[in-house]
Write a protein that binds this ligand. Structure first.
Ligand SMILES: Cc1ncc(C[n+]2csc(CCOP(=O)(O)OP(=O)(O)O)c2C)c(N)n1
Ligand SMILES: [Mg+2]
Length: 573
């Protein structure tokens, strides 16, 4: 052996495993949500050995949802790590959901031998994962050489958080992880991403146009979307709303950006303001189905002008004409608008704000009467009243929420007072985010989480209560148990043995599930029992599950989305 070879041989070596972890750590990523197996088990072990937190799940979809919500909360990409083909596909739902909701996350999956996959020779967990991920991700990359890991991770981070955030897929073939490399060369190949999500300053003429349209309004309205919440421009957004005096509506996950009790909140007069407003300023809210696409009955017959603040220029005019687009990051756009609200800016007329206040009062009085009732069995309202009262003095608690009726009623009854504390089914109205979001929120914040779950919704991620117990997370899950999807009263019209498609086992005891893993289960049949259980669970800071028995006849089909169900066209003679 030559001297050179000897000295080379004694030089420090690194490998793909180490470089992935080093690249993540270099970019201040300290947590991985995932599920182990070939070829990434050692990657997870190494992450833990190197001081990162590895949170292991029972199904990849929930690890992916945890990563996505961590990204939403922190503006840093959440990381989800999975095995190849089936593990990757399980994570892909979460990646697609993150992209749809504009949450920054990176799905990192191990993959099988490229040569065998590409010739379709039947490798272990063979699949062209990169191609499968592309349509559902904001970006997708594959790294083939260990010296490119630094670039791959840097590109993934930038793609996830810059511009409109989204889900990014990073494909790591098994062979790559085992490749070795001179350690010094490896170190030099890593990239620390500088200014991953650069500010995008709006053009002054766009700001002026937006302000001019706003000033022309007789009945202005501000709509805050979760993009506004994501931006963490809370103080400026609040200042802008308050300085202009314009009534506002928060979309579901923007609740708490200003406290729901705010005098300018028009939530309790939603249908009125949407129909009557003449100028609508959208801040980080898209005119998608959740806003009836900006047209139709919901928006009334009065002519409307829209001002839209968004980071993505292609969002503009996607559903209706936008009179004044304002393109840039939301923080920069709102601060530019705020600077333009000078002494000459007239507050909305008392006629407009008075009419809204009148509707609000009427609707709130009606709601208070409904909430005060105490039916037996409990219904959604009485159960949510109990939860609302317990949560009121605790604005720091995260609220995760999914279901149909459980989602719709909780959204309107549970007030939020702090930004980014409400995490729910989001843009897709997806079921299955519950335990993943709850775990992601608890791990990321260290704060308590209360997950308000329909019994069907809970089932999608219910096994993760073992994960909650394993990591001893301060998560209290409340299952709204109405024996089924929407309600528990449907019957099989044939009289056959199978129950109706919407119906579950009657009187199921979800509280017993958590006891299997050492958590605390509660069975609540009255609002008082529910409140007492919730108070105790929150105080304990430990994993808990409350089985809240709800009248199985109380819900409606699809909650408030009944009208989206296609109607049967064929009538049987
Ligand atoms: C992934 C996914 N699958 C199916 C659905 C259809 N879906 C909408 S709400 C819902 C469950 C509603 O029942 P539950 O969670 O018990 O709420 P409830 O109305 O009974 O309170 C289902 C299955 C969905 N939205 N997402
Ligand atoms: Mg249900």
């Amino acid at each position: 052996m030559t001297n050179e070879a000897l000295s080379q041989g004694s030089r420090e070596q690194t490998d793909g495993f180490h470089l992935v972890i080093d690249a993540l750590k270099l970019n201040d990523i300290d947590t991985i949500f995932g599920l182990v197996g070939i070829p990434i088990t050692d990657l997870a072990r190494l992450a833990q050995a190197e001081g990162m937190r590895f949170i292991g799940f029972r199904h990849e979809q929930h690890a992916g949802n945890a990563a996505a919500i961590a990204g939403y909360m922190t503006q840093k990409p959440g990381i989800c790590l999975t095995v190849s083909a089936p593990g990757f596909l399980n994570g892909l739902t979460a990646l697609a959901n993150a992209t749809t909701n504009c949450f920054p996350m990176i799905l990192i999956s191990g993959s099988s031998e490229r040569e065998i996959v590409d010739l379709q020779q039947g490798d272990y967990e063979e699949m062209d994962q990169l191609a499968a991920a592309k349509p559902y991700a904001k970006a997708a990359y594959r790294v083939l050489h260990a010296e490119d890991i630094g670039v791959g991770v840097a590109r993934a981070i930038r793609a996830a958080v810059s511009g409109r955030p989204g889900g990014v897929y990073l494909d790591l073939p098994a062979k790559l992880l085992a490749q070795s490399l001179d350690a010094e060369q490896g170190r030099k190949s890593l990239i620390k991403v500088v200014d991953a999500a650069p500010r995008q300053i709006p053009a002054p003429e766009s700001v002026k146009r937006a302000l001019d349209v706003l000033k022309s309004a007789k009945r202005p309205l501000i709509l805050l979307g979760k993009g506004a919440a994501y931006a963490q421009a809370d103080a400026d957004i609040r200042a802008f709303v308050e300085k202009t005096g314009i009534p506002y509506l928060p979309m579901s996950m923007a609740k708490g950006l200003l406290p729901d009790s705010h005098v300018q909140s028009a939530s309790a007069a939603r249908s009125y303001v949407l129909a009557e407003a003449d100028v609508v300023l959208l801040i980080g809210a898209r005119l998608n189905w959740l806003l009836a696409h900006g047209k139709g009955k919901t928006w009334g017959s009065a002519p409307k002008q829209f001002i839209q603040v968004d980071i993505a220029p292609t969002e503009i005019d996607s559903n209706v004409a936008i009179a004044a687009p304002l393109i840039g990051d939301i923080g920069s756009c709102v601060s530019a608008l705020l600077a333009g609200v000078d002494a000459g800016f007239a507050k909305p007329s008392a006629e407009w704000t008075g009419a809204i206040a009148e509707r609000k009062d009427k609707n709130l009085t009606k709601m208070a009467a409904t909430l005060a009732l105490n039916p037996s069995p409990m219904n959604f309202h009485s159960a949510l009243r109990a939860i609302r009262d317990v949560l009121k003095p605790r604005p720091d608690i995260y609220v995760v929420n999914e279901g149909a009726n459980t989602l719709d009623f909780a959204r309107s009854i549970i007030d939020m007072a702090e930004p980014r504390k409400r995490l729910d089914s989001g843009t897709w109205g997806i079921m299955g985010i519950g335990m993943g979001y709850a775990i992601g929120a608890a791990v990321t914040s260290g704060k308590p989480v209360v997950a308000i779950e329909g019994d069907s919704a809970f089932g999608f991620s219910g096994m993760e209560i073992e994960t909650i117990c394993r990591y001893q997370l301060p998560v209290c899950t409340i299952v709204f148990n109405n024996n089924g999807v929407y309600r528990g009263t449907d019957v099989n019209p044939t009289g056959g043995k199978d129950v109706a498609p919407t119906v579950f086992v009657k009187g199921a005891r979800y509280d017993k599930m958590i006891e299997a893993f050492g958590g605390k289960g509660y069975h609540a049949t009255t609002p008082d029992e529910l409140a007492a259980a919730l108070v105790e669970a929150i105080a304990s800071g430990k994993p808990a599950l409350i089985n809240a028995v709800i009248d199985e006849a109380a819900g409606t089909e699809s909650g408030r989305l009944t009208n989206l169900n296609p109607q049967l066209a064929a009538k049987k003679k």
